[in-house]
Design a binder for this molecule. Structure first.
Ligand code: G6P
Ligand code: ZN
Length: 574
């Protein structure tokens, strides 16, 4: 035993066998000089820049130093989760973050295997292991605070630090193989440091099993419940959800392997745009049009968004999806246990769910766009379910929207109600009336005309000239009843968010909303939302694009969008 390294080797082997690796070397904490970069200001949803920008020397280091620095003294001994959607550069950045965490006195980093974690899985881990926060590497979502997206107080502090940074700390000799799960312990100049590489899916799957009745959903998919097999297909658009879909839908619930489409996580997402809507998930729409499948679903790059289609490509608008879930939550074991609290939606989302809230006598909240606004309501126990028109649906099981949760929720309802997607939807419209809804997106518009358009609208609001004005389109007349720029006072902490979108509300309750997207990565994206309620049963099955055409024309007239931007067609219609 006294031979050099004899004991060390044996202990190391023993710890290794227990799932851990002991690195004997003391990590040296080093410092590197740096200079500030302009514009490292996290928006509503994190620091959104192109990968190229992140690849500049010290760009990531500066920002990570600012994040860790903004934690102040609480960085010492804290535990953080790190993971991303698998896109190009995620693995490199994850490794860099680990090297820096060690140097700033973080006690432990929990990281997904190969750096892979979906955004909902990150939220699940933060809560399950009560970690102090997370850094999420995705273009679709933001660095998280304790319970969800970092609050503005934190992101402002980070931004301040990015402006004055001169040095960052790092342990460059720290090496962990992110491909291998297990614990690695290090000793550093300033203490100890642990990296735990975990299976990307396991914890999230356990949570889903607590929420849903897996055997019942499996029986539905396999046709073991006396009905024909309910055939589903799921498309991950080559984003982070591939491994989740294979393990949960295929292995656990019996979906045939071939029905998992684009489930290899690729660094370039296969050249596609991983956004589950009718334009970017066209392949799913075409597959569903064959009539072979009863339900089709797609997720975005980091797995928090979802799109649901029924047989023959029947499209479920995210606003309707939210309303149907609200009306049927009692089909899900989790809500049978917790009871249903209130509902919430973002302001541009149609009012379909409001009607369910009225019928069920539930509290209903209308918040600005951005998932973080739901978090406070959940923490205060006021809501169980929330959603947005932008293909986000979720509940208080975590603090992010959750694409797979939404699909499992639909399957639970279908298993219980024994109805097709289309029948469920149509029955819902029959009971509640229908909020026809569409969103026109004009992507990559020049910033100046986009801002001009919003300013002009603001002037119209302020001089009162819109109120009472009649717009005629074909045989339809719309009279403006109210127009404002949406302002929200958080009922929990009293904080006020101003200018969250221009609303024009007509006498018949129809609404037009104009916003500039807060998540685009180049130029400006103008969003025009159109929402119109219909309870004439003979009209509720009409195509929404036809029904909304006159109101769309009114929106273009009021905003002068084509004249100002030179755009005659939107880039995406949802
Ligand atoms: C992200 C946010 C959502 C938001 C969506 C669109 O997914 O988490 O809350 O609805 O982006 O935001 P935008 O500002 O682009 O309309
Ligand atoms: Zn996302």
């Amino acid at each position: 035993f006294m031979e050099e390294q004899y004991t060390e080797n044996f202990i190391s082997a023993t710890l290794h066998a227990m799932g851990g690796h002991l690195k004997r070397s003391t990590l040296v904490v080093g410092g590197d000089e740096t200079k500030p970069f302009d514009g490292q200001k996290p928006g509503t949803s994190g620091l959104r820049k192109s990968t190229k920008v992140f690849m500049q020397t010290n760009y990531v280091e500066n920002f990570v130093a600012a994040i860790l620095g903004a934690l102040g003294d609480s960085v010492k001994g804290c535990t953080l989760v790190v993971g991303g959607d698998g896109r190009f550069f995620v693995k490199e950045v994850a490794a860099k973050i680990i090297e820096m965490c060690a140097a700033y006195g973080v006690a432990k980093v929990i990281v997904g295997q190969d750096g892979i974690l979906s955004t909902p899985a990150v939220s699940c881990l933060i809560r399950k292991y009560t970690t102090d926060g997370a850094i999420i590497l995705t273009a679709s979502h933001n660095p998280g605070g304790i319970n969800g997206p970092a609050p503005e107080g934190v992101t402002n502090k980070i931004y301040e630090l990015t402006k004055s940074i001169t040095e960052y700390r790092i342990c460059p000799n720290l090496k962990v193989d992110l491909a291998v799960t297990g614990l690695t312990n290090f000793t550093t100049d300033i203490g100890t440091f642990t990296v735990e590489v975990i299976d990307s899916v396991q914890d999230y799957m356990e949570l889903m099993k607590e929420i849903f009745d897996f055997p019942k959903i499996a029986a539905l998919l396999k046709g073991d419940d006396g009905r024909p097999k309910f055939n589903i297909t799921v498309n991950s658009l080559h984003g982070v959800m591939g491994p989740y879909v294979r393990k949960i839908f295929c292995t656990e619930l019996g979906m045939p392997e071939n029905n998992a489409v684009k489930c290899d996580t690729l660094e370039d997402f296969g050249g596609g745009h991983p956004d589950p809507n009718l334009t970017y998930a066209k392949e799913l729409v075409e597959l569903m049009n064959t009539g072979e499948y009863d339900l089709g679903a797609a997720f975005d790059g980091d797995g928090d968004r979802n799109m649901i289609l029924g047989k023959n490509g029947f499209f479920v608008s995210p606003c309707d999806s939210l309303a149907v879930l609200a009306a049927n939550l009692e089909c899900i074991p989790y809500f049978q246990r917790t009871g249903v609290k209130g509902f919430a939606r973002s302001m541009p989302t149609s009012g379909a769910v409001d009607r369910v809230a009225v019928e069920k006598k539930m509290e209903m909240f209308e918040v600005p766009t951005g998932w973080k606004f739901f978090g406070n309501l959940m923490d205060a126990g006021r809501i169980s379910l929330c959603g947005e028109e932008s293909f986000g649906t979720g509940s208080d099981h975590i603090r992010e929207k959750d694409g797979m949760w939404a699909v499992l929720a639909w399957l639970s309802i279908i298993a219980m109600r024994r109805q097709s997607v289309e029948d469920l939807m149509k029955k819902h419209w029959f009971n509640f009336g229908r909020n026809f809804f569409t969103r026109y997106d004009y992507e990559n518009v020049e910033t100046a005309p986009a801002n001009q358009m919003m300013e002009n609208l603001e002037v119209l609001l302020n001089d009162g000239s819109l109120i009472g004005k009649t717009f005629t389109q074909g045989n339809k007349e719309y009279v403006v009843a109210k127009a404002d720029n949406f302002e929200y006072t958080d009922p929990i902490d009293g904080s006020i968010s101003k200018k969250q979108g221009i609303r024009v509300i007509f006498e018949d309750g129809s609404r037009l909303v104009f916003r500039l997207s807060g998540t685009g990565s180049s130029g400006a994206t103008i969003r025009m939302y159109v929402d119109s309620y219909e309870n004439d049963r003979s009209l509720i099955e009409c195509a929404s694009q036809d029904m909304l055409l006159p109101l769309v024309a009114v929106g273009l007239e009021i905003s002068q969008l084509p004249q100002l931007t030179g755009r005659t067609q939107p880039t995406v219609i949802t």
